[in-house]
Design a binder for this molecule. Sequence first.
Ligand SMILES: Cc1ncc(C[n+]2csc(CCOP(=O)(O)OP(=O)(O)O)c2C)c(N)n1
Ligand SMILES: [Mg+2]
Length: 891
Amino acid sequence: MAEQVQSVSSNGAGADLDAAETSEWLEALDAVVEHDGVERARELLRRVVERAQHAGTGPIASLSTSYVNTIPPEREAKLPGDPKIERRLRSIIRWNAMAMVVRANKHSSELGGHIASYQSLATLYEVGFNHFWHAPSDEHGGDLVYFQGHSSPGNYARAFLEGRLTAEQLDGFRQEVSKPGGLSSYPHPWLMPEFWQFPTVSLGIGAITSIYQARFMKYLQARGLAQTEGRKVWAFIGDGEVDEPETMGSIGLAGRERLDNLIWVVNCNLQRLDGPVRGNGKIIQELESDFRGAGWNVIKVIWGSRWDPLLAQDTDGRLLKVMEDSLDGEYQTYKSRDGAYVREHFFGKDPVLLERVAHMSDEEIWLLNRGGLDQQKVYAAYHEAVRHRGEPTVILAKTIKGYGMGASGEGQMVTHQAKKMTEEALLAFRDRFELPLSDEQVRAAEYYRPPDDSPEMRYLRECRARLGGSLPVRRRTAEPLPTPDLQLFSSQLGGTDDREISTTMAFVRILAALLRDKRLGPHVVPIVPDESRTFGMEGLFRQVGIYSPVGQRYQPQDSEQLMFYKEDEHGQILEEGITEAGSISSFIAAGTSYSAHGVPMIPFYIYYSMFGYQRVGDLVWAAGDSRARGFLLGGTAGRTTLNGEGLQHEDGHSHVLFSVVPNVRAYDPTFNYEVAVIIREGLRRMFTEQEDIFYYLTLMNENYRHPPMPPDAEEGILRGMYRLREVDSPQVHLLGSGTILREVLAAADLLASDWGVAADVWSVTSFTELRREGIEVERWNMLHPTAEPRRAYVSQLLSEAPAVASTDYIRTFADQIRQWVPGRYRVLGTDGFGRSDYRWALRRFFEVDRHYVTVAALRELAEEGKVKPARVKEAIDRYEIDPEAPMPTTV
Ligand SMILES: Cc1ncc(C[n+]2csc(CCOP(=O)(O)OP(=O)(O)O)c2C)c(N)n1
Ligand SMILES: [Mg+2]
């Protein structure tokens, strides 16, 4: 085995053709390094590689370096303070973090929790807490740390030592309902709004949102809205988590925009849930080239200090070669065994190495530590990362999953889900980390907190005092913004006469008016994923500029035109390019700016509605958890309104998807004044009253005339429904939303002219809001059986006459209000895959047009015996409807 290994060059390129020539080149290089230093060597190599590439060699230099620490021992910044006390503190926190999970699962494993991940992370967190992470204070705006979601016990255990949480609260881990002050499973600002800042546990979400947070901080600084310089964004990411497209998908943006306020720490414990991350390869090497290729500063922290002497002796590269040849699957196994195993299976790969470690005991070999678990190595990496300029930094730290758990988990395949520890493992944990606990206390998994005046506690307090206080900590409000007068949008209120416009155009004008407003304008953040022209927003490019950290270094092709493509260092628009995930991450950064930066920002993120929720639903959920405030605008919405784009584009369900997010207020307006009223109310509730909600509005691209706003319509628009057309004693109520409301209006005309039926018409701006209110009323009535029952808003508005609703969404959307409609209720909708044709053809195909609404209304009347069935048949014939046509969902 060893011989075979030696004949292969260390980069795996194959046998050497001319060994003498190779050593000549290498000796020449050694001489340059020795006499002129590494900088000169680097320059020479750069020139040589350049020349070779001109000669046609193709790419040569690998983006990854040897499998050793990036920072050599002689360049390491030394850990200040008291390393021994830090180790003791860390050991205590490790213990408490483990104990809270063990205690929560003592009676049953129903509650769950994770031990192994935090045990691999503890050093990486604690060095940050003791030396680097600033809390917000008068001197510092505060660093923003995205903690790894399922390592939350580590955060709670530290907060316990700091006196922020009580033992009772730790015992309430994952019991937020039954125990007052109970702790949420993972970081959830919704559940612990003064503690957690960033939801991270849906893997990949912390990663992408941290990038856009760092970017947004540069944007705030460039626009002069906040002083964010000197503040850092830190994100902790699992090595398994890097497989999520959200994790790696935007690292190019961070490199391109030189986000040197961003530091990622990838905890390379080599395992995910089921098994090794890259059993047959090396995750650290793979990530190094990915990140370096994307323009990041990469710091590898692989080996702990105890390896330093062995590496210093390794002048022939034999140790390095074995290190490089060993696979992650093997490294995991080594740490699940013992020193003798490591001697035999790692050092034993090369007999010369076996000799070299012959003087070491198995115990000493076992203690050879990994970089990410060595506070000195971690300190040196962080020290360099915070000083690095011009690039984001990623620290690739090698650790051990389940470190310290011994037979109950260390390096074991099943460690991720371990929530219990055997008694022996608990005792061994106590011994290994030298905790002053009796056997009894260990068996009971008692929490431990040293006396307040102990050196440990004093040290802990001093470190945090120096850094401004405790972390994480979340601010709930900021200075409120004034609510604009509705008249700011006066151009949308008085009707358009003969002019035909779309609600998208109405929105763009509303946005333009807001941007011009002196007080609110600077707070507005337009966000677009490469669809500005689709929505007719390109005028804004010139007006407020597209944010670019480097301005515009080229002359744009359309520079001669009035509204040219303008990139600007102080630009206001976030033109994200084609990334819905990135755009919503910007929405979250802007929408939580009131909390993270104390500066309320008003994001308007407009996108193709089909690609919005559908692509990034998990991030929308995270926006809700984050208590983000702002407006999401689903443009070109409606299954028959975006008519030529077909199956993948036509949205008939985004409203149903948004109805599941508890703090979203979703509307499907038809007319420009409805859009204006809803946006103004959103501004009031979110930015003046500071409610933690956000808005979803669908906007359409169909042009039509808009009537003036009816008097007294505002309340109904906001509550979800108002009467648009009144008739004396309506025999039928017709309900509609979005563009299909216009078909409903036409149906009312047909019912009157062709069938002598009187129908009033209701604009339902939000079936979802109506349902929300109905549910609340119903619940109140159930719980107050002896009180006078309340009536849902829908029940108050409609009589017992039958009602018919038609929308451009699947039936589930309008069906939401069924139980509060006093009479019969028939719902039409666009269930099925979309397809392309003229709007009228699609509306007929999906059976939501004026003729179908008319037939549906007649049918309801027939059910009540008020119209003869033959009249319904007559209508079907008159409107040339084929009663045998298949359901649109099946074709
Ligand atoms: C999107 C998503 N998918 C799956 C999970 C379930 N899950 C939680 S942790 C985990 C393994 C994580 O491995 P890694 O990222 O390496 O973190 P480690 O615990 O090893 O530090 C999985 C699959 C999740 N939380 N989110
Ligand atoms: Mg892992």
